[in-house]
Each structure stands twice: as C-alpha cells, then as structure tokens.
Design a binder for this molecule. Structure first.
Ligand code: GTP
Ligand code: MG
Length: 212
C-alpha cells in the first residue's frame, strides 16, 4: 500500500514537471535547479553569479525554503526578479508549487530561471521540477565524502559546484578525493571548484551557464 501511494506521488510530480518543462521550452527558457545541503552556499553562489550574467541573460529566481523570505530578499536586493516559495515544513520543492509559481513570472522576458531548492542533500534529489539542468552544490565545510554518502544527487547532476574553496586552509577537505567520489557516480558532469565569497574561479561556471 505504501509503495502504491509513493508511486502516485511521483507520477503526479513527474506529470507537473513535464508541464513546466514544456512551458519553459515554449518560451526558450532554461531553468537550473540548485540542490545542496542547508547552508552549502546556494544563495551566495547566486549572489555572486547573477551580476556576472547581467546584460547577457535575463534571469529570475525561485527561492525554495521551509520558512522566511530571507533568500528571496537577498536576490531582490540585486535587482533580479525573485519569488519566495515556502514549503511550510516540506523538505524539498515539488513540481506543483514550481509549476504554479513559474506562471507568475514574466516568461516572455526571461532566458534563465534559477530554482534554489530547500537546503537538503537528500529529498530534493528525488523530485523532478521540470528543470533543464540540475546542479549539485557542495561546500568544503561539509566534508569530501558527501558524494559517496548521498549518491543520488551527484548521479543526477548535470554539473557540480564545489564551493567555499577559500575555507580549504581551515577544513579537512580533499578536493581530489571528492572529485574521485563524484566521478564514481557521474563521469560527465563538469565540476566547478570556486569560492562564491571571494569570487575566485567563477568564470568557468558562468561560461557553462551562458552556454546552457
Ligand atoms: N567562506 C565562505 N563562506 C561562504 C561561501 N558561500 C557561502 N558562505 C557562507 O555560508 C553561509 C550559508 O550561505 P548561504 O548562501 O545562505 O547558504 P544556502 O545554501 O543558500 O543556505 P540555505 O538556503 O539555508 O540552504 C553564509 O554565512 C555565507 O556567507 C564561500 O564561498 N566562502
Ligand atoms: Mg539559500
């Protein structure tokens, strides 16, 4: 019985994700679903990235959180359209909330829509939101073994961002080991090691977004 219920949940989610994907394709929009643990640095990554896309891509951000409008306020402060999606306790965004929200955006005026998922390395990886690109965000503060321990996200990711590289002198994080774990799961995804705080090594990531 439980198995049947979960099947229904996923089927309904996938149908709505397909609707979102079709809608975005119709408008020529690429959407990027950022998934990573709480505090990994997803919003800071957006804060560093969005100004570099200005004038080249018309962007908007859907901010997924359990509570508060903090992250949407941080994005809006950059002058980028932002909408806060609250799950009221849910540990991931679902396709229904994204589908309903995305229709409120001025789609004809956009090229790239970022969706920052609820901070969580586990649950969001199970749910397609209709995005064209899924990006795993992992910080050096979380430990280099996380891809091995939480494989689904890293298997599914079209790109991986290793962020907070400026903290390397202060944490035990072996970048090469982390990359080996990622490669055991995913041979193709580009891996961008950077610091959103200092802005170091952001260029390859931005170039990848521009070509998405
Ligand atoms: N040193 C350093 N700190 C960073 C970097 N990126 C983010 N931080 C810090 O990490 C903390 C969390 O950053 P956020 O960007 O809010 O993380 P998040 O993943 O959006 O968090 P949630 O939305 O709550 O899941 C903040 O104190 C940031 O200043 C970085 O590249 N280097
Ligand atoms: Mg955030």
């Amino acid at each position: 019985m439980n198995v049947e219920v979960m099947r229904n949940v996923f089927a309904r989610n996938d149908a709505l994700a397909a609707d979102t994907r079709a809608l975005l394709t119709q408008y020529g929009i690429v959407s990027v679903n950022l998934i990573g643990g709480a505090g990994a640095g997803k919003t800071t990554l957006l804060e560093a990235t969005l100004p570099k896309l200005a004038g080249r891509k018309r962007t908007a951000v859907l901010e997924g959180d359990i509570a508060t409008t903090h992250d949407a306020e941080r994005i809006a402060a950059l002058g980028v359209p932002a909408m806060q999606l609250l799950t009221d306790g849910g540990c991931h965004l679902g396709a229904a909330l994204v589908y309903n929200s995305i229709q409120k955006l001025p789609l004809a005026e956009l090229d790239l829509v970022f969706i920052e998922n609820v901070g969580n390395l586990v649950c969001p990886a199970n749910f397609d939101l209709g995005e064209q690109r899924t990006v795993a965000v992992l910080s050096t503060a979380e430990g280099d073994d996380k891809p091995a321990k939480y494989p689904l996200l890293f298997k599914r990711a079209n790109a991986v961002v290793l962020t907070k590289l400026d903290l390397l002198p202060h944490v035990s994080f072996d970048v090469e080991q982390c990359i080996r774990y990622i490669r055991q799961l995913n041979e193709a995804a580009p891996i961008f090691a950077l610091s959103a705080k200092t802005g170091d090594s952001l260029d390859d990531w931005v170039t990848w977004l521009l070509s998405a």
